[in-house]
Structure formats: structure tokens, C-alpha cells
Design a protein around this ligand. Structure first.
Ligand code: NAP
Length: 303
């Protein structure tokens, strides 16, 4: 099936382009980006011009940051195209609900992707936890924003989500593996004095679940989720890629290269089946943290 990729920036180049190139399901028919392009692929800088020129490309994958993404998603659905959204699926919950209704009314597929759910160890962790009682859980998600988002000022602009841009990956795993849902009860958010979004967050949920997100981590990076259960402890390390049970490595590999191929395989299934997959649970927790969080001001941040 032909697909167009919109927003040729860091994640498109790192993951989407190689995943599409290696996929038996997809053929990259065009790109749309104001500056970016992919060698050998027809490139547009204007989305409406692409929609007019390629009426038969049935699927559009949007890799833009969340704030500009809605207008593209809405235009794509109006033009009868199936839509795949990078995470987080929107800048607000309501705009994703609007897209969901539009897709449903037109019989089109809308897929809110959560790439971390496709990490190697997430499915086995979910299966192992299915019949356990969770006593406590803690997420540690500490990475260096200068390394992973070099110069990307949008992450600190309204709607950019700040440290929740990576933190929502942890929440996408948490909401997928827990046998029963939890809700946020408290949050402390640290905002750099010169920025609009938090650089660190401490979260408390019901059910003994806590999380520590920090974007100021230098040296080794930490993406761990630890759970104490009625039948032992489970740890997911390396962003959901390594599974440990009672301290023993059970499965996984330290590589994220399987995540995007799995997302594109899922999109192919959804389009073939004529269905959508829209899950906003991770984003609800972020919205709640930004609603009830206590705000602290911290040092100004410069890239
Ligand atoms: P990015 O490189 O800063 O942006 C992607 C591209 O979007 C840009 O190169 C730009 O292309 C286009 N764009 C940016 N702002 C725009 C605007 N206002 N209007 C229209 N186009 C705009 O961002 P990214 O790191 O790829 O992240 C994009 C999405 O992927 C985010 O939702 C992020 O959470 C997610 N993601 C990122 C990573 C990562 O490692 N960075 C990992 C997983 C998921 P043109 O200038 O050519 O138009």
C-alpha cells in the first residue's frame, strides 16, 4: 500500500523511513515537509498540494510535533485518507476525540501509535502481570534532553509537553501492562524559569504507583519500570526492552529498532480490517498532571 510521510525531521529519519523501507506492506509514495525530504521520493512542501497531486495514496503518517499535527490530520481525513499519528497523538485530548469522530464518520482508520508499547519486553510483561496483584510500582525515566531533542525548542513551548514528551512513553507502557487502571492523585512539576513546560516531574498515582521523570540526566540514561506484585518483582528496563523477574533477565534485547516496524505492521492490519485504534490513556495522565500538579520554578534552561 502506498503511504506518505509528513514532517521529515528527527524521528522520521531515524525510524519511520527505515521502517517503511524494510516493510513488505508499505511503499513510500511521497513526503511532505517544509525543508526535509527523502532521496528518490517525490517531495512536497505543502500538504494541500500533495493531497491534490496524489489522490490515490490512501494512508498518511504524521511525524510532526503535536501542536501542528491536528490541522494535517484533519485535512487528511477530510481528503479520505487513513491517518497514523506519532505519539503523543495530539496537543489536547479534545482534538484527538474530534479526529476519532471524523475517522469513524468516514469509515477511515485512525491509529494513535505508542511506539514504546512495541518494545521487546512489553508483551511478555503484560502477560506475566495479567493475574498478579500489584502492590507497588515505580517508574524512573531520566534522560538528557540535549542528547535526544537537540535544539528542539517546541518541546518547551505550550503543547510541547516538556519532560512528558519522553515520560508519556513510560505511561504508555504502564497503562498497557497494569492489570487494573490507576489514576493520578498528585504531581510536582519543575518548570525552568524561561520555559513553558516542565523539565522534571514527580507523579503519585492510586494503587501505590509513583513516577520520576527528569530531562537533566547526564551520563547513563535510565528508562526503568519496577513493580512489586503478589508473586514477586518485575522490572522492565531500557524503555521496555529488557524484562527481569525476581532479578533474573527473562527476555528482550537492548534495541528499539523493532518498535517502528511493529507500528507499521499494525497500521497495515488496521487498514486491512477497516478499524481504528485510539487509546488516550497515557495522555489522560499527562493532562491530569498538568491540571493538578504543584508548580516549582527551577534554573533557566538553554540548549
Ligand atoms: P522534529 O524533528 O523537531 O520535527 C519533525 C518535523 O516536523 C520537522 O523537521 C519539521 O519539518 C516539521 N515541523 C516542525 N514544526 C512544524 C510546524 N510548526 N509546522 C509544520 N511542520 C513542522 O521532531 P521529532 O523529534 O521528529 O518529533 C516529532 C514527533 O515524534 C513528536 O511528537 C515526538 O514526540 C515524536 N517522537 C520523537 C522521538 C525522538 O527521538 N525525537 C522519538 C519518538 C517519537 P520541516 O521543517 O521540514 O517542515
Amino acid at each position: 500500500m502506498q503511504i506518505a510521510l509528513v514532517g521529515i525531521g528527527k524521528i522520521a529519519v531515524d525510524q519511520h523511513v527505515p521502517a517503511i523501507a524494510a516493510s513488505p506492506d508499505w511503499d513510500l509514495a511521497a513526503t511532505v515537509s517544509r525543508k526535509g525530504s527523502v532521496a528518490g521520493v517525490p517531495a512536497f512542501s505543502d500538504f494541500a498540494a500533495f493531497l491534490d497531486a496524489f489522490p490515490d495514496v490512501p494512508v498518511v503518517s504524521l511525524c510532526l510535533p503535536p501542536v501542528p499535527r491536528f490541522a494535517y490530520a484533519e485535512a487528511a481525513l477530510r481528503a479520505g485518507r487513513h491517518v497514523m499519528l506519532e505519539k503523543p497523538p495530539g496537543a489536547t485530548l479534545a482534538e484527538v476525540h474530534a479526529l476519532q469522530a471524523m475517522a469513524a464518520a468516514r469509515g477511515l482508520t485512525l491509529y494513535t501509535t505508542w511506539h514504546s508499547r512495541m518494545a521487546h519486553a512489553v508483551a511478555p510483561a503484560r502477560a506475566w502481570l495479567a493475574d498478579k496483584v500489584i502492590r507497588r510500582a515505580h517508574i524512573t525515566w531520566r534522560e538528557d534532553v540535549r542528547k535526544w531533542h537537540p535544539g528542539q525548542d517546541w518541546v518547551f513551548e505550550p503543547g510541547g509537553m516538556g519532560v512528558f514528551d519522553p515520560g508519556i512513553n513510560a505511561l504508555s507502557i504502564l497503562t498497557h501492562i497494569l492489570p487494573a487502571p490507576v489514576h493520578l492523585t498528585a504531581a510536582t512539576l519543575e518548570f525552568p524559569a524561561n520555559r513553558q513546560t516542565p523539565i522534571a516531574a514527580a507523579l503519585t498515582f492510586s494503587g501505590g504507583v509513583t513516577a520520576d521523570f527528569d530531562w537533566r540526566q547526564e551520563g547513563s540514561q535510565i528508562w526503568d519500570i519496577m513493580l512489586d506484585t503478589s508473586a514477586g518483582s518485575l522490572a522492565l528496563r531500557m524503555g521496555g526492552n529488557i524484562l527481569e523477574i525476581d532479578g533474573q533477565v527473562i527476555s528482550g534485547e537492548d534495541s528499539i529498532m523493532g518498535e517502528y516496524p511493529a507500528l507499521y505492521a499494525r497500521m497495515a492490519e488496521l487498514v486491512a480490517g477497516g478499524t481504528s485504534e485510539v487509546d488516550l490513556a497515557p495522555m489522560v495522565h499527562v493532562a491530569d498532571a498538568l491540571t493538578i500538579g504543584r508548580r516549582l520554578q527551577t534554573d533557566p534552561f538553554h540548549f
